[in-house]
Design a protein around this ligand. Structure first.
Ligand code: ADP
Ligand code: MG
Length: 404
């Protein structure tokens, strides 16, 4: 049996026209000879009646009275609704369908409500239904503990459900359908001439996803990589093939030629830069600085330590507490908030001279100050003020010819 997993995101289910497209994709792959497993997210976005964030908002008045286990019961409803509707629509087309909740589908998780990890998947029930010719529709984003409690998997959870099911079912491919034509060289909402990337490696896409390209969740990609299952990111609204994510030749073959240095650009907003130095009473002490932050679960990035001072970034939500803690220890602290981290990503930039020079030249030409930079063998990061972010993305995008 050749199995395909098709995951449909929230915007792919929100109108009757969109659902019509979903049915067409299911029918096409059945006609291609696949046994089809469909994984669905909740319908729509915050504000739509059954979207995950809308459900979450219902609990807002209750604060500390909220029980996390019960919150997961509420959050899991969005997918139950969308799965039931899609299941009915498939059957209305004359195709036999079976709708399963995460627990019924055999997805067992730990008990970390709100961000549960999948421990095991028992795929027998799905396999039996597929053998019988059914399309199996599974609610994304959720599983069940061994004691039978419903859990949710956290942000991007439906992507994770899809690749984990793909791995457990030994699927030939996992297709993630969304509202864009694949993984693009940058977020099309900010860079209007961003182009779909035909092929990328798991590692590159994990990098992009972790650095803010929210089109697919990095956890989902890691699972696919471990199971060596190719993933396609593609549009619900067209028949184009989108982006194929798989192992890249250049990661295994030192003689392989890669004709691109930069694959894509991602960004993350809401970052604060801290400059911490000593005073007359308290000399600069990096060990005390970073231990203090670690002890309060404050994660730091862009770390740069010198004899006289330390510079690093924290998430904006944690900047006040970081500031207060370090001041209490007697350090001199300066905050630079509303910064954005821009990540220039490419498995092919390793050992290539001049990538940083081009970045600096492109930003300098636009009068965008670089507050900090860092690099690895597959990425270069720059920190700029948020007000310049959009301009910086566009400038870097065209400097590396990603719009061609
Ligand atoms: P879904 O509900 O289908 O899971 P998401 O909102 O999670 O959809 O992901 C799709 C969105 O990801 C797109 O609408 C796009 O704005 C955003 N996005 C950010 N970076 C990228 C990128 N590099 N390529 C494609 N989409 C991106
Ligand atoms: Mg998504």
């Amino acid at each position: 049996m050749r199995i395909i997993v098709q995951k449909f995101g929230g915007t792919s289910l929100s109108t009757s026209q969109a659902k019509e497209h979903v049915i067409q994709h299911i029918k096409r792959e059945r006609d291609n000879g696949y046994a089809v497993v469909v994984v669905v997210s909740a319908i729509g976005r915050r504000g739509d009646p059954y979207a995950t964030d809308t459900l979450l908002d219902q609990l807002q008045p209750y604060g500390h009275a909220i029980d996390l286990k019960e919150r997961d019961m509420l959050l899991s409803c969005g997918e139950l609704i969308s799965a039931t509707l899609i299941g009915a629509q498939i059957r209305a087309e004359g195709i036999p369908a079976l709708v399963l909740s995460g627990g019924e589908a055999g997805i067992e998780t730990d008990e970390e409500y709100g961000s549960a990890k999948i421990i095991a998947i028992k795929p027998e029930r799905i396999l039996k239904a597929l053998e019988a010719g059914h399309v199996v529709v599974v609610t994304g984003f959720q599983g069940m503990t061994k004691h039978g409690a419903v859990t949710t998997l956290g942000r991007g959870g439906s992507d994770t459900s899809a690749t984990a099911l793909g791995a457990a079912l030994k699927a030939e491919i996992v297709d993630i359908y969304t509202d864009v034509n694949g993984i693009l060289t940058a977020d099309p909402k900010l860079v209007s001439d961003a182009k779909p990337i035909a092929q990328v490696s798991y590692a590159e896409i994990c990098h992009m996803a972790r650095e803010g390209a929210k089109v697919v969740h990095p956890r989902a990609v890691e699972i696919a990589q471990q199971a060596r299952i190719p993933v396609r990111i593609r549009s619900t609204f067209s028949n184009e093939e989108g982006t194929l994510v798989q192992d890249a030749a250049w990661e295994h073959n030192e003689h392989a030629v890669l004709d691109r240095h930069v694959t894509g650009i991602a960004y993350a907003k809401g970052i604060t830069q801290l400059y911490v130095s000593g005073t007359d009473e308290r000399k600069h002490d990096p060990q005390l600085i970073f231990e203090t932050l670690a002890n309060h679960q404050i994660s730091v990035d862009f770390i740069n330590v010198s004899a006289s001072h330390s510079i690093f970034t924290v998430q904006a939500e944690q900047n006040r507490i970081a500031y207060t803690l370090l001041q209490e220890r007697g350090f001199h602290v300066l905050l630079n908030d509303e910064c954005a981290k821009i990540s220039i990503i490419g498995g092919g930039m390793n050992g290539q001279p001049g990538v940083m020079a081009r970045i600096v030249a492109a930003l300098t030409k636009e009068n965008i100050p670089i507050l900090q930079s860092a690099d690895s063998n597959a990425a270069i990061w720059v920190l700029v003020k948020e007000e310049y972010m959009s301009k910086a993305l566009t400038a870097l995008h065209s400097t590396f010819d990603l719009n061609r």
